[in-house]
Design a protein around this ligand. Structure first.
Ligand SMILES: Cc1ncc(COP(=O)(O)O)c(C=O)c1O
Length: 319
């Protein structure tokens, strides 16, 4: 196995805590504590991606995502910390008032380009074309995909598994539930559990694609990683369950019943969830693993996304 190098950008290890909600006790891993500006799951992947950007002596990093993308915001901030410029290719309409992650992108000096849904389908080609233009101007560019979910980026979640194993007894959980967008978090955890001989099920709550597409994305990036880094393990995809139907209101929206649950967790446990990912994942977690039970062996992974709440403040307060 050829393990890639990384930078230390995240506050690791993140704590694993025991919570009680709806009469049921469960474990939560606080990847919202990976940093203040850098909160969330993306920085674990960026530790590897930004190491590569440094190694390549990049002047710029290019990446893409929805306008409130946590990955884009984390990229802009990590780049600023390392003296690299960032250019973000965003799906959405540019607004005068920059809120949530958009505010932070601006604050940390990211350059941005906006595309509508149709145009954004070609974002990889758009980034490749722009990279060529920048190269002609003698700017070195390192481009990585949305969510940082490349064979290299997912090492962040391969190494999440030994971190968790240092904190809990292997037998205290049998599964992890996480929100899934680009699929890299789930893919990394599948590989990490295989490497550590841990028969762990991963529940990936799909907030974006349909079930078949999400499964394909997770499996594709996982297999690429096994091949590229010569990881001699066969993955058991029965350990992957993509949970669909928890974002039928659309990636950029959130239903009132989910906001009610977010509010209840905030008031009763002092934990904040975001509208695009963790709020929807926790709704699925509550429905399938907490409601009506005293305890569960499924761990909830809090993947961050907290700045997204500000762009949805009216909805959060309107329920
Ligand atoms: C807060 C948050 N949680 C979960 C995810 C999903 O992670 P992944 O893209 O690795 O599936 C993302 C990004 O997509 C995110 O920003």
């Amino acid at each position: 196995m050829k393990e890639p190098k990384k930078l230390n950008l995240a506050n690791l290890p993140t704590p694993t805590q025991k919570l009680n909600f709806n009469g049921c006790s469960f474990l939560i891993k606080r990847d919202d504590y990976t940093g203040t500006e850098l909160t969330g799951n993306k920085i674990r992947k960026l530790e590897y991606l930004m190491h590569e950007a440094k190694r390549l002596k990049a002047d710029y990093v290019f990446t893409c995502g929805g306008d409130q993308s946590n990955h884009c915001r984390a990229t802009a901030i990590a780049a600023a910390q390392l003296g690299i410029k960032s250019r973000l290719f965003l799906w959405g309409k540019e607004k005068k008032l920059k809120d949530g992650n958009l505010f932070l992108n601006k604050m940390f000096g990211a350059e941005t380009e906006y595309f509508n849904k149709q145009e954004y389908k070609n974002v990889l080609q758009i980034m490749a074309d722009r990279e060529k233009q920048f190269t002609k101007k003698n700017k070195r560019v390192y481009t990585f995909p949305s969510g940082g979910s490349s064979a290299l980026g997912i090492w962040g979640y391969i190494n999440f598994i030994p971190e968790l194993l240092n904190q809990i007894n292997k037998r205290s959980i049998n599964s992890i539930l996480s929100a899934a967008g680009s699929g890299g978090t789930a893919a990394g955890m599948l590989i990490g559990s295989a490497i550590n001989n841990w028969n762990l099920k991963i529940f990936a709550v799909d907030v974006f694609n349909n079930k078949a597409e999400m499964e394909e994305m997770i499996i594709t990036v996982a297999e690429e990683c096994l091949k590229k880094y010569k990881i001699n393990k066969k993955l058991n995809y029965k350990n992957l369950e993509v949970m669909d139907g928890y974002s039928t209101e659309g990636y950029k929206n959130i239903e009132p019943k989910k906001l009610k649950l977010i509010k209840k967790l905030a008031e009763e446990n002092g934990v904040l969830l975001d509208p695009a990912y963790t709020g929807k994942a926790f709704y699925a977690f509550n429905e399938n693993f907490l409601a009506g039970k005293k305890n569960t062996k499924t761990l909830f992974l809090h993947t961050g996304g907290l700045f997204g709440v500000f762009a949805k403040r009216k909805k959060y307060l309107g329920i």
